[in-house]
Design a protein around this ligand. Sequence first.
Ligand SMILES: [Zn+2]
Length: 462
Amino acid sequence: MRHSIITMAAAALFVAVATARADVSVTVDHNDVEASKPSFTFKRVPPPSKTDAASKAKFAIVDGERDEAGGDLEKLNDGKLPTEQDEPHENFFFDAGTDGGRIGVDLGRAIEIKQINTYSWHPDTRGPQVYKVYAADGSEPGFNSSPKAGYDPTKSGFKRIAAVDTRPKPGEPAGGGQYGVSIADSAGGAIGKYRYLLFEASSTEDADDYGNTFFSEIDVIDAAAPTTSSSATTQPIFITGKYATIEVTNAPELQEWAQSKLLPVCDEWYPIIVKMLPSEGYTAPEHFTIQFRNNMNRGIPAATGAGQISCNIAWFKRNLEGEARGAIVHEMVHVVQQYGLARRNNPQATRNPGWMVEGVADYIRWFKYEPQTHGAEIRNAANAKFDASYRVTANFLNWVTDKYDKDLVAKMNAAMRQGKYSDELWKQYTGKTAEELAAEWKESLPGGGGAAAATTAPSPRS
Ligand SMILES: [Zn+2]
């Protein structure tokens, strides 16, 4: 379900401090946790842009500290978006335990600003946005582009443009999910002609140290720029099968391949994966989407969040005859895993080790979907670690399954989905600890206990 919360006219605030022409309106759209997709699509707020005026602007921290668990300031204007709801290094946020800070933006020259759009994504209180934004053209007497906290920006030559607060009101549903905020002239004109922007962000709560918003992107739309939004001018291309809808709007050249090669794999393998990974009371999503995107980080072939698989167009075009379909099988496992459920339903849920999450996905891919490729074979045991994730863990899981318990992966999956994973489970299911199993597994591999050499090829993150 997707819903929007507030459209707030900030005109009154604005008129008080400025004589400029625009009536500024603030539009807030919210996708709740379930409805949040890596594509950041909103009901009214436009999707993030890669070619907006902010993409070439200089961003600087004017006051406050960056949280080093997060990304650099470039996360705000690189046009790239997180692919999951809790991906710290793909967002910028101020340091834990602080009440936000100030970010300055220098557009290089004064432009007629049509919109200022801000985007954020987090499953909890770091989703909503609370900030004020100021603007200046730089010619104001006594202008200072970087007023520190405690100095009123309007005394440094800035005009206050808008105040934004997207937090839910008391009694409304929780504030996790994605927020898109669009600050614009209510008549569709320009907000004004400005070179400098100053954002003053505040944390959304002080109940704990983790209230600073995960900002994913800030866009500044130049009124003079041609409207380049591909979604507005390009006909969307969707291919729909029994379980999957594949969107290739941004890569029409993949349409034929997606229809004839990829869709049949989804139709055949999605129900097989669902059957392999049952657990009590669980129903897998009936339908999911696969979106081919050109704004993913290089080095990430594909990623899954909130029931949507995102695919990196450049990577897929290079690997169409090779790994492309297997990579989608891996992502379909993530769609079925739904391990986020446990943490939403059960506050006591344990965190699943990432190497198991990826190991299960690669186990199904390499040992069930495409065993003939031998893609997860280990040629030398020397460096093999059972918790090395991806293919190496897949190989370990396959070995334990063959030797000790043919239902091991199904059982581990059920435990992880319920938030009950623990290292004890290995002993419970096989009579041996993971370390004991790993030692036996290494013995069984070619060169077991022997010379040092490479294991399998390293896998790309997916
Ligand atoms: Zn994965």
